[in-house]
Every structure is written in C-alpha cells, then in structure tokens.
Design a protein around this ligand. Structure first.
Ligand SMILES: Cc1ncc(COP(=O)(O)O)c(C=O)c1O
Length: 354
C-alpha cells in the first residue's frame, strides 16, 4: 500500500468509533428514539405509503410534496428547506464546505459524533466546557475561541446534557459572529422551549438542522433536513446535496406523518410529562445528580454509583447511553424517556440504589 494511504488509515483508526449497541429484547433507552409512538401505527403508515409510490421512478414529485408539508408544518418558506438522509448526512456536507484546516468552536460535552466527523474532515475542533452546575455556557470563553473560528456548532437542546441555552445568548452569538457559519442542531427541539427557525431569513450565516428521527418517531426511515436562508438553501440543494439523497419510501412516510400529526404530537406531550415526573423523582435520590432537561432524555451524574446502576439496568434488560467519565462531571449516563411502564421500571431501579 502507498505510504500516504497507510498514514491516512492510521490517523483514521485513531478516531473514536461511534458506539452502536445491539442487544435483542432490551428496552432501548440509549438513542433518544420516540418509543411512546405506537409501532403498529407506524407500520400501517409505512405499508400505506408503499402502496402510494412508484419505485421505478426517482422521488421528484414526492420531494416537492414533503417540502410543502414541512413548510406548512413549521411555517417556513419551502425554499429554505433541504432534505437529507438523516441530519447526519447534512452534517457531512456542511463539514465538506467548512473544509480541511478551518476551525470550528463547540462545547463539551456535546453530540460526540459531530466531533469525530470534524476529525475525519480535518476541521479543527475546539470545545468550551459547560458548567457542571447547570450546563450553561461560559460566554466569555466561548466568544474568545469562536472569534477565531470559521464555524460554530451548538445543539439546542444539547445532547447529552439535555438543556437549551438561553435564547438571548444564542442570538448574541449569531449577532457577534456574522462571519462564521453558525450551525444550530435542533434534533430535539420539539421537546424544548424555542426554535430559531424564523431567524434563518434574518441571519444569512445560520443553518438549522432538524430530523424526523426523534420526536417524529422515524429514526429507521433516515430522513432529516436543514433550514437556512433561501439563497444558501438553494445552493445547498442544487450544488451540494446529492440529487436524490432520500428514498421514496422514507419521503412518503414522512408526508403521511405530517399529514396526520396528532398521534405524534400527543406522544411528545406525554414524553414531556414523563420527563418531568422522572426528573422530580430522580432528584430526590441523594447519591446521583439529575439535570433539568428540555429534550426527550435525562442526563444523570452517577458518581460512585455508576457501575452499580449500569449493572442493575443490564439485569433488567435496559440499555442506556453509558457516557463514562466526562471531563469535570465524572461518570454519567444519558437516559431516553420511554413509555410510562419503562419509566416506572427505571424509577424502581434507581430507588434501590444503596
Ligand atoms: C444532536 C443530534 N443531531 C443529529 C443526530 C442525528 O440525527 P439523524 O438520525 O437525523 O441523522 C442526533 C442523533 O442522535 C443527535 O443527537
């Protein structure tokens, strides 16, 4: 093998692997999917969608229809939208544009996948530690780094900490960094207090990432989108994105979910209630610290109980995201809010922590 390729492969092999646990018959509370939505309803939607499409054809009219549906659902111009095969695929292209050697500022902890993709694309990645008290951003430190960067990445709400930052702080970032590309990842925004969607017309450097994988219950369909000002969205759609990045079946399913959003909306409201119930009850346990969340998961600092908690969850066939020793915080887990039954089980496991 040529020398350069050997060196490149060696470098890539140092990048942390994105861990995907696979265990049958476990309650999957590790990936922030919407497990409250009834699986059978989604299966029916999928079968009905399959009957409506013509797999011989590229998804041209269908794409038009899903753009219209998202546009009226979010009350944003359809010219501001670009579909992708999950928001992961859009992240990939954004990093291609930012390009090798440029610098990006983000926070720690955040969506770990994003950092590993920066490493793959050779985009310099700086991270500012959040406060372990309330997961807030130290704006002074953040701005100092961000001013010397080409791009910013912020999750709103943040994964894994679950909180949404003050809207005024995020707007300050946008106002002060008009020469940077500001990527706001709103993967969990349906569970949160505010969205920045309407600001895309005002800030030409703002890109918002959204997905059907979380609140919409369609992680398996792999469909996401970005929202940006019309000029950038047009360029992205026609020059950067693959011509047919999302398949007809996934698009048809997304159209169907948006046409009848009641069930999905009801599940969101249930998850938010359950999140508050879990938060209240877990907060009473002295040996752990649970953080307030604006998403469909809870971030829990487990201290010296980490191993015991993971073992107890394993014994009950529950997988959570074992985050390990997070700098400044210590050993933490991230736990998806599941059905009421799953959450009751979680509470009984945590209440038994000695
Ligand atoms: C913050 C954040 N952004 C993006 C994604 C990826 O979403 P998608 O399934 O649309 O690729 C995830 C998935 O866990 C996420 O947590």
């Amino acid at each position: 093998m040529t020398d350069w390729l050997v060196r490149e492969i060696k470098k890539i092999s140092m990048i942390e692997k994105y861990a995907i646990p696979s265990r049958n018959n476990y309650s999957k509370l590790d990936a922030n999917e919407n497990l409250v939505l009834d699986k059978d309803i989604l299966t029916k939607i999928s079968i009905d969608s399959l009957k409506k499409i013509d797999l011989r054809k590229y998804p041209i009219e269908l794409s038009e229809e899903v753009y219209k549906k998202i546009s009226s659902y979010l009350m944003v111009s359809k010219k501001s939208l670009v579909l992708g095969s999950g928001s992961d695929q859009i992240i990939e292209l954004l990093l291609t544009i930012i390009g090798k050697g440029r610098r990006l500022t983000s926070i720690y902890p955040t969506f770990s996948y994003f950092k590993t993709r920066c490493q793959l694309h050779k985009v310099g990645f700086s991270e500012i530690l959040l406060s372990t008290v309330d997961n807030s951003i130290n704006m002074e430190k953040f701005m100092e780094k961000a001013r010397n960067s080409h791009a910013i990445y912020l999750c709103s709400p943040n994964n894994p900490t679950g909180n949404q930052f003050d809207k005024s702080q995020v707007l300050d970032i946008l106002n002060s960094l008009e020469n940077s590309l500001v990527i706001i990842d709103e993967a969990y925004v349906e569970f949160a207090k505010y969205s920045l969607t309407k600001y895309v017309q005002e800030y030409s450097n703002l890109v918002i990432l959204r997905t059907f994988s979380k609140a919409m219950g369609l992680a398996g369909a792999r469909i996401g989108y970005m929202i940006a000002n019309e000029e950038l969205a047009d360029l992205f759609k026609n020059k950067i994105q693959l011509p047919y990045a999302v398949n007809s079946i996934s698009i048809a399913i997304a159209i169907s979910v948006l046409a009848n959003p009641k069930k999905m909306e009801k599940s969101i409201s249930l998850i938010k209630d359950e999140r508050e119930r879990l938060y209240r009850n877990l907060s009473k346990i002295k040996k752990i610290k649970v953080y307030k969340s604006d998403a469909n998961f809870l971030f829990i600092k487990c201290n010296e109980k980490y191993k015991g908690i993971l073992e107890a969850l394993e014994d009950s066939k529950i997988i959570v995201k074992a985050l390990g020793n997070i700098r400044n915080y210590g050993n933490c887990i991230r736990l998806t809010i599941g059905t009421k039954r799953m959450n009751d089980k979680i509470l009984s496991i945590f209440n038994n922590i000695q």
